[in-house]
Design a binder for this molecule. Sequence first.
Ligand SMILES: C[S@@+](CC[C@H](N)C(=O)[O-])C[C@H]1O[C@@H](n2cnc3c(N)ncnc32)[C@H](O)[C@@H]1O
Length: 497
Amino acid sequence: MVTQASAGRTMVRSLATRSSKNKHRPDTEGARAKTTPASSEHERRAFKGYIESVREIIRLPATTADPNIPSKRVTAEYCAERYTKPPRNVTMLTRDFIGDSLYNPSYGYFSKQALIFSPKQGYDFARFRDSADFLNTIGRQYEEIERELDDIRSIPRQLWHTPTEILKPWYGYSVAQHIIRQYKADRALNKLPLTVYEMGGGNGTLMMNILDHIREREPEIYSRMEYNLVEISPKLAKQQVSQQSRKHVTPHANVNIINKSIFDWNTIVDRPCFFVAMEVIDNFAHDVIRYDYDTGEPYQAFVRVYDDGEFEEYYEPVSDALIRDYLHARNSLTSPRHKSAALPSALYRRIRSQLPLAPNLSKPEFIPTKAFEFCKILGRFFPLHRLVLSDFYKLPDTIPRAVGAPVVQTRFNGSMVPCETYLVQPGWFDIFFPTDFELLRRIYDAKCRPLRTDTTESRVCTQREFALENAALAHTRTRSGENPMLDFYENNKFLLS
Ligand SMILES: C[S@@+](CC[C@H](N)C(=O)[O-])C[C@H]1O[C@@H](n2cnc3c(N)ncnc32)[C@H](O)[C@@H]1O
């Protein structure tokens, strides 16, 4: 695992929970020394966890700044308004640090022009021998674009590839098919014109494919429908508008591109609508909490940025309203109750407390506070929506020793370099999270649909299951019979309501 990248000054820091500045200190008093590794399974696990914690404690501070200089408490919104380069001598919640690193209009990762890979035309899948042959072709085209980017700019750029683009237009058609089926089946819905809201439209490809399909297959529905796209990036919003004026494209007149973040949404849409969100929530910032081993009380993480640009994480009892609200919503779930994977059993905690230097805080857990805020926005401003949301439910190379941890990576010398911490130079790294879809579904139901009387349950399904229900599979089959629509993106799931 690579832990250092070398663009700029020290960009990757250890998870700095060292005891000297940790507001919630590891409690070592009264601990009894144990010299031999324990033998039962519980004891072995306790010993392993203990070794990891001690390693964390003894990491030495790298900052040369005076920790006693007071720092200013800021949020991502404050930084967006005030700073054109990453601020020093400030403190923020983890979600603000991550949000600022990704979205700050001046130095955020996405402001450095993240691109979404888009082949000029959709692929003719019948021309590929098999999935490997298809992958080779994508790989070659992808590399070519990366080389061009490296030639024209020295900063790393993100080049996303999404199922919308790789499997176009058939992926968008499958989403359209799902929407039409739901719309037709719901009498309350199909008396009114079809209304779609999409969040985070990228190049605008999904929007065009959905609209093309409905125009072609359901002209009557199409004639009264409306498509709204909510996009945070000014550059991508422009590109979405320009989709209508491309050569050989018959424009759609019923489109409305709204250039704003979904978190700034403030209008109530009180008619039934579909809300589509593909590959957007993985970048929604998370907070970090750790639990007191003795009491189970959660502590929220802050990131302190020193004078010299170094970072440190410290913990205080939860006081932030959004974190508290999220934990309350999660703790209110019943049958089954939610149990955090960061808070081990009482037995494990008891064994661990016997060990010398055992810290009194659990390992970190990343909690999806911005995705939770998004659920609240859906519930409040789109009370009659149906959701079509897809994203990653698992990811390789996430940062270690944490629950719900993100991938933190950057492109360096032509390859993606994964890191071991999110405490990295703002603007240089992509930070994206896997989603626990079952948990999201339960929280979404509680927050967005508590009073809904249309009893259709929200449900989670895999990309493969969604494709089997909705995709025209014959069009994405390779000659060997392998089908990328079914087999690729196997780490994606859908939340449908
Ligand atoms: C990885 S791209 C996915 C694009 C497209 N949905 C697809 O599947 O090809 C993420 C998109 O979400 C947008 N986005 C990210 N955060 C957003 C927010 N808070 N509000 C609206 N759009 C957002 C990005 O600008 C980008 O267009």
